[in-house]
Design a protein around this ligand. Structure first.
Ligand code: NAD
Length: 626
């Protein structure tokens, strides 16, 4: 991982609009505001109408002694007609600083953690005292002040927090092991508070300043020092702390009237073994090191969910490469292969089957072959999984002791599909299947079936997938309960959905979908069979609901662009009766869109633990803030 910049080129524009930003009725606490940057912040906030607590211990640059330097700043604010009160506490007594705000002004809205000192020494000469005092002032002090302010922010559902980091932390600097580690700790603290405070209107950001102050006076050349005015950073901090600013969890570097956003990026990396069962040697790591460290296609993970979600992809790839080994027991059996030719009419019928309608202009690209973006709804290739598995004796092969399988007791439990190439609008394809594992879930058997679809003409692999077939009442045969082949489900974030799309299915949805998908299982049309399967009425195919969700997500987060679809994973938990209304609830985490599908009529989830990974996100007006 390393750090990347994105220049915020509109700083001038930002400064021009500052005149319209005010902090009337806001109470701002700035720590270490007796000098340098903190003083510039305090003066600017006060000039914009804020009531300011000017905290400063008045210590030396190395943290020794104390003085009432805060008084000077308070006097200056008052002489200009502003409101301010001094506080002389050490930031380690953060609760007293926040109490000063509450006692004098009755509230707190903004906390700028700025106080800081230096104890520079090479690591070899650095004492534990040098280490501890730096960690205490910068990290523990900022934590304590923030901890004291946090309940007020939570209660009023509003707060703005700034932590002050440093280039020394982001990049390292000789002689500053104590300081750089403390400054980087503040980045981690801000990252987490940005997440924990989000639902309470608390925004937390990090400023990385470069300014002329007593901390830098003997480090930078005099001419440069004179240009590095703290007053040129204060407007950036003020904007980050304004109620109109939605920035949260960002690192903003600033100096000289320039500001830029900075974040961690990660290389694509390299999978260093062939399958989940292979071990890894240092030699293999060495041999792949160039690829591990190749930053040419590096990118940012927006969240821990995205970062770890990508690790799930590694598991998938290792799982599929495991079964791609040449051992004959693992190879695809030609007996379980279907060949299928489809054309634009089939693609359009599938789109109708998954709810595309001429009432929705966004659906035309799936329904009209002359549309400039005519394309196939990417979930189309899921149909070739069940089609092959159910139309063969595969399940009997997987469970030889089962005898005759009651077809009504077979359910499609989960589905994973990854599209590797843009889905052609017409093609001659071949889909191959193989059983990966048969799992014993006590009350049911779960058969993991891997499938891959090849374009016969080009020989290219178009899609790979995994379906989990559930056979009710067939468990208890002594098989394994879990398998490392399973592509895992991932729970949606624990917050309200970012956005939902609602659409009613039509009463003939299952009848249409049977034709569209070729999945003629009578469970979906024959009332007698559905009763045998334990359902009052014929039910909709789970994959049909999945197609609805795929359309909804593509239209919400990719402006319908099917080429941005990467993969989908879903669990089918309850049936849908044709005619019921489906609501797709969506949560965006980077390029991963978690979703669940709910039947609106009974508020019952029918798809859960699901996500679609997009290759990129294209937001529209409605979703620009997601
Ligand atoms: P400064 O020395 O001018 O101001 C820091 C103020 O913090 C001082 O007035 C000091 O008395 C006060 N302070 C120190 N320890 C305190 C404590 N325990 N409790 C309360 N107040 C205390 O330095 P500055 O350059 O304005 O630095 C402000 C912040 O910016 C610091 O956190 C510093 O590490 C950070 N920073 C500065 C630069 C830069 O270029 N100046 C670069 C990166 C980060």
């Amino acid at each position: 991982m390393f750090i990347q910049f994105k220049t915020v080129s509109k700083l001038n524009q930002l400064v021009n609009t500052m005149s319209k930003l005010c902090f009337d009725e806001r109470v701002v606490v700035v720590t270490g505001a007796g000098a340098g940057l903190g003083k510039a912040y305090a003066l600017l906030f006060a000039s914009k109408g804020a009531k300011v607590v000017v905290n400063d211990l008045g210590s030396s640059r190395h943290g020794d002694g104390a003085s009432r330097v805060a008084d000077t700043v308070v006097s200056e604010i008052k002489s200009q007609g502003g409101q301010a009160v001094a506080n002389y506490d050490n930031v380690l007594d953060g609760d007293k600083i926040i109490k000063t705000a509450i006692d004098n002004f009755g509230r707190i809205d903004v906390l700028v953690n700025n106080a800081g000192i230096l104890r520079d020494k090479s690591f070899a000469r650095m004492s534990e005292d040098d280490w501890d005092i730096i960690q205490n002032v910068h990290v523990k002090g900022a934590m304590r002040a923030t901890k004291a302010a946090w309940p007020y922010f939570k209660q009023q559902k509003y707060g703005r927090i700034i932590f002050t980091s440093s280039n020394s932390g982001l990049y390292g600097n000789f002689g500053q092991a104590n300081y750089s580690s403390a400054k980087m700790a503040l980045v981690g603290l801000a990252n987490t508070l940005a997440i924990e405070g989000q639902s309470s209107g608390i925004n937390t950001n990090v400023i990385v300043p470069t300014a002329g102050s007593r901390l830098t006076e003997d480090i930078v050349p005099a001419d440069f020092y004179n240009q590095l005015k703290p007053e040129l950073i204060a407007p950036v901090v003020a904007w980050l702390c304004h109620e109109d600013c939605t920035e949260n969890g960002s690192i903003i570097e600033s100096a000289l009237g320039w500001a830029g956003k900075c974040h961690l990026i990660r290389s694509n990396g390299s999978i260093l073994r062939k399958s989940l069962k292979d071990s890894l040697t240092p030699e293999t790591v060495r041999d792949n090191w160039d690829q591990v460290t190749d930053m040419s296609t590096a990118k940012r993970c927006e969240s821990i969910a995205e970062a770890t979600g990508e690790l799930m992809n590694v598991i998938e790839q290792l799982s599929s490469s495991k079964t791609s080994d040449s051992s004959s027991s693992r190879s695809f059996d030609p007996k379980y292969t279907i060949k299928y030719t489809y054309d634009v009419k089939d693609a359009i019928l599938y789109a109708l089957g998954v709810g595309a309608t001429t009432k929705n202009p966004d659906d035309f690209q799936y329904l009209y072959e002359n549309h400039e973006n005519f394309s196939v709804v990417p979930s189309y290739f899921v149909i070739f999984g069940p089609l092959g598995a159910l139309g063969s004796d595969m399940l009997v092969t997987a469970l030889p002791n089962l005898g005759e399988i009651n077809i009504a007791g077979i359910l499609h439990g989960e589905q994973y599909l990854k599209v590797l190439k843009k889905i052609p609008t017409e093609a001659n394809v071949e889909t191959r299947f193989r059983i990966q594992e048969t799992l014993d879930k006590e009350k049911m058997a779960v058969i993991l079936i891997e499938h891959e679809t090849i374009d016969v003409k080009s020989g290219e692999k178009l899609a790979v997938g995994q379906m989990a077939g559930v056979i009710k009442g067939a468990g208890g045969f002594g098989g394994p309960r879990n398998s490392d082949h399973e592509v895992p489900l991932i729970d949606a974030p624990k917050r309200n959905p970012d956005i939902s799309v609602t659409q009613q299915t039509c009463v003939d949805q299952a009848a249409i979908y049977r034709l569209a998908s070729g999945d003629m299982n009578p469970l979906h049309i024959d009332a007698n069979i559905s009763v045998m399967g334990g359902f009052e009425r014929p039910i909709l195919h789970g994959l049909c609901s999945l197609g609805f969700a795929t359309r909804h997500i593509l239209q919400t987060f990719a402006r319908g662009d099917t080429e941005l679809f990467d993969c989908v994973k879903a669990r089918f938990v309850k049936p849908v009766i044709p005619g019921q209304t489906l609501r797709t609830d969506m949560w965006r985490e980077g390029k991963r869109i978690h979703f669940q599908t709910i039947v609106v009529e009974n508020n019952s989830p029918v798809i859960s633990g699901a996500y679609i990974d997009l290759k990129d996100v294209k937001l529209g007006n409605q979703t620009s803030k997601l």
